[in-house]
Design a protein around this ligand. Structure first.
Ligand SMILES: Cc1cc2nc3c(=O)[nH]c(=O)nc-3n(C[C@H](O)[C@H](O)[C@H](O)COP(=O)(O)O)c2cc1C
Length: 207
C-alpha cells in the first residue's frame, strides 16, 4: 500500500515539503509506505484543450512532471495533494498540473482515496481545499477527512511545529488515509470491487 504525496510548491524543500515529510512519518507509523513527488519549479502551463491525450493517453506537453505524475498515480493506492496558498488559492503549479493530469489520466486516480492539504502563512486555506476537492469529486475518489479542514500554518520551512492543531489535523488525516486504503484493500480481498461508472450521457446546454 502506497500513498503518493504530491508537493505542488515551486520550492522543492519549502514549507509544503516539510509538512508532507511529517505526514509521511505518520503514515509510516501506520505501516503505510509513501513517496513525496515534487511537480517541479515550473509546471509548463495549463491544459491546452488540444485533446491530444484522447489519442495517446498522455499529455502532449511531455517535458515537465505531469506525465510522470500520471505513471506514479497508476501505482499508488491513495493521494495527498499539498499546495502552498497563493493569493487565497492553490498554487499555479497545482492548477496547471492537476488540470492536465486529471484530463489525460483520470482513470489512474479513480476510486482511490484523495486528500488535499493547504499550507499558508495565514489565510486562504479553505478556498484552496475546496478547489482541490473538485478534482476528486468529479472522478469517483473518496475524500479523506480529518478533525478540522486540512490546513496548517507555516511561512518558512519547518514552521509548522508552531501550529499544534495543524499537526493534529495532519496526524488524523494520515491515520484516516491509512484506515481508508486498508478498508478498500480488505474489501477487494472479499471480492468487493468498485462499481463501474456509467458514462452514457453528456448534456451540453447549448446544442
Ligand atoms: C505568490 C505568493 C502568494 C501567497 N499568498 C498567500 C495567501 O494568500 N495567504 C497566505 O496565508 N500565504 C500566502 N503566501 C505565503 C505562502 O503560502 C507560505 O509562505 C507557504 O509556507 C509557502 O510554502 P512553500 O515554502 O512550500 O512554497 C503566498 C506566497 C507566495 C509566494
Amino acid at each position: 500500500m502506497k500513498v503518493l504525496l504530491v508537493n505542488t510548491s515551486p520550492k522543492e524543500k519549502g514549507s509544503t515539503y516539510h509538512v508532507l515529510e511529517f505526514i509521511a512519518q505518520k503514515l509510516s507509523e501506520n505501516g503505510v509506505e509513501s513517496e513525496i513527488f515534487w511537480t517541479g519549479q515550473s509546471v509548463l502551463g495549463g491544459c491546452r484543450g488540444c485533446m491530444g491525450c484522447r489519442k495517446t493517453g498522455k499529455c502532449i506537453i511531455d517535458d515537465d512532471a505531469v506525465n510522470t505524475l500520471a505513471q506514479k498515480a497508476n501505482e499508488a493506492d491513495g493521494f495527498i495533494f499539498a499546495s502552498p496558498v497563493h493569493y487565497a488559492a492553490a498554487s499555479g503549479n497545482l492548477t496547471a498540473a492537476l488540470d492536465r493530469v486529471f484530463y489525460s489520466a483520470a482513470k489512474n486516480f479513480a476510486f482511490k482515496p484523495g486528500a488535499a492539504v493547504a499550507v499558508a502563512r495565514r489565510a486562504g486555506c479553505s478556498a484552496t481545499l475546496d478547489q482541490i476537492h473538485k478534482y476528486f469529486s468529479i472522478n469517483s475518489m473518496p475524500i479523506v477527512p480529518s478533525t478540522y479542514w486540512n490546513m496548517i500554518h507555516s511561512s518558512k520551512p519547518g514552521d509548522y511545529v508552531n501550529d499544534p492543531e495543524g499537526m493534529q489535523t495532519m496526524t488524523n488525516l494520515a491515520n484516516n488515509m491509512a484506515w481508508m486504503i486498508r478498508c478498500i484493500e480488505a474489501a477487494k480481498e472479499q471480492g468487493i470491487e468498485h462499481p463501474v461508472a456509467i458514462k452514457e450521457v453528456r448534456t451540453d446546454f447549448n446544442s
